[in-house]
Design a protein around this ligand. Sequence first.
Ligand SMILES: Cc1cc2nc3c(=O)[nH]c(=O)nc-3n(C[C@H](O)[C@H](O)[C@H](O)COP(=O)(O)OP(=O)(O)OC[C@H]3O[C@@H](n4cnc5c(N)ncnc54)[C@H](O)[C@@H]3O)c2cc1C
Length: 569
Amino acid sequence: MQPASRPSSSGTERPSEPKPIIFAVDDDLGVLGAVARDLRREYGEHYRIMRASSAADALAALEKLRLANHAVALFLVDQRMPDMSGLEFLAQARELYPDAKRVLLTAYADSQASIQAINETRLDYYLMKPWDPPEERLYPYVSELLDDWRADHRPAYTGLTLLGLPYSASTHDLKDFLARNLVPYRWLDVETAPEAQELLRLSGKGAADLPVLLLTDGSVLANPTITQIAERIGLQTTAGMQLYDLVIVGAGPAGLAAAVYAASEGLSTILVESHAPGGQAGQSSRIENYLGFPAGLSGADLSRRATTQARRFGAEILTPSVAVGLRREDPYRFVQLADGTEIGGKAVLVATGVSYRRLETPGAERLAGVGVYYGAALTEAVTVKGGHAFVIGGGNSAGQAAMYLSRHAEHVTLLVRGSGLAATMSQYLVAQIEQTPNIEVRVRTVATEVHGEVRLEAITLCDVDTNEVQTVTAAAVFVFIGAAPYTSWLTDTVIADQQGYLFTGTDLGKVGALPDSWNLEREPYWLETSVPGVFAAGDVRHRSVKRIASAVGEGAMALQFVHQHLASL
Ligand SMILES: Cc1cc2nc3c(=O)[nH]c(=O)nc-3n(C[C@H](O)[C@H](O)[C@H](O)COP(=O)(O)OP(=O)(O)OC[C@H]3O[C@@H](n4cnc5c(N)ncnc54)[C@H](O)[C@@H]3O)c2cc1C
């Protein structure tokens, strides 16, 4: 079998277009070698020649090829084999590859059976042994059949295939991880897609193993963790060195911008990202206000470009990798990771941004990932097709999600606790929402309960003025109700405000917060935290602006202070 394709420059496995296969089967190793050699000489440039010396080996290999969705163009099979006749083999191979051309290799004595088989089992051709010279007795027939096959063949999808259930939290997590890491994959619903059921059977797995990921080398991961997937698809999960000039935690716009500037200015740089590069911005369906993109761009595009740029300059990006602690051992800082390892840096930049607050209504925690989603509008939008989607929140991210969902759902209801959108949402989005007929805005309304056994089925709404409640059918609920910073892992080392946002620069002096651990003569630099050499940028900072442009700007500016800190070491 073909080895897994090498990671591309972006670090992830991409679906290549492998050559279609010509598969030869014969128990006589001399004949098999000769036929494979002749086939390779004539067709090797455009086809991959595979061979097996028994029908059983060939069928096992075919099942793996089918799992990886590789195309087989033609079988060339000996009729007389000990474990199974060539015709019996071709009948079984046809179940897996109905469109492949089928050629039987026969001795003179079998030719009558072969002629019959052409009619009875839809054999495409039979060839008599020996086939010398191949230019006259092999190639003309095989070439004609390959031409026919090519004419009808539609290239198959050859990337990762995820088999799962539509309303499963674990399937949702894997879809979200793959999508946010920009790894192409197709998802097949085992409940409704016959191909999914066939692939699950071929993989030897069952319903209890779902979700199942089929890799391009034909191997199978049952109910994998995202770390297992990351390792198999070529994402970097361990650091290449022990000590870096700069360790950046969080690969949102702030972290990515800092990585681009740091690596391009020659600093050894590593980014630690718990989920996927791009951060919140990566989840945005359409960013309309980022300078230089008058027609807007998707968050996925921005993340892909920034990630490529950072890698091109030599920054390492670890995904998924979660920072769980920060240790100081002057002059170095050590970022401790969830897997028990740590990465040393002469400087650290915290750019961990914020995460959405969880919906605290009854049922919400149980139905998270199976109908209740946080900022994951993009991957789950297809599951609301034709249904009623609810978006909770009045900010720009809620507005963008409503606009995106309106293209998939039959109806979208935006639930806003306040009395309108004007105070919390950009005017251009308010205008777009007003002009979209299938979006309804319900102001002064909150969700008080979500219902469903195995998946979300309904939502209870409450009018905050009249206390009137109403329970309505819901396909999905997308929650955008404010955010909290990702700083619990370092608040025992770095000073933060009451909500957990990190104080930096002059704000530290204002709150009288410079601790004893600040052992330098100078004041903290503008983006420096209460620990010298540990900087913060983007949404995670106290009183940050919560915009992509400002996060990018702060990430870039932080480098100026990192250089000054490095120069003082
Ligand atoms: C749906 C949506 C739409 C938006 N649209 C716009 C828009 O149109 N225009 C605009 O200007 N702004 C928009 N915003 C806001 C903008 O995306 C944010 O202000 C910006 O992403 C903040 O960047 P950041 O790098 O500070 O943090 P984030 O983007 O939050 O990135 C932080 C990263 O750190 C990672 N992380 C967190 N903790 C850890 C840890 N312990 N270890 C490792 N990694 C960790 C996270 O996984 C994340 O990837 C939108 C936000 C959302 C959610």
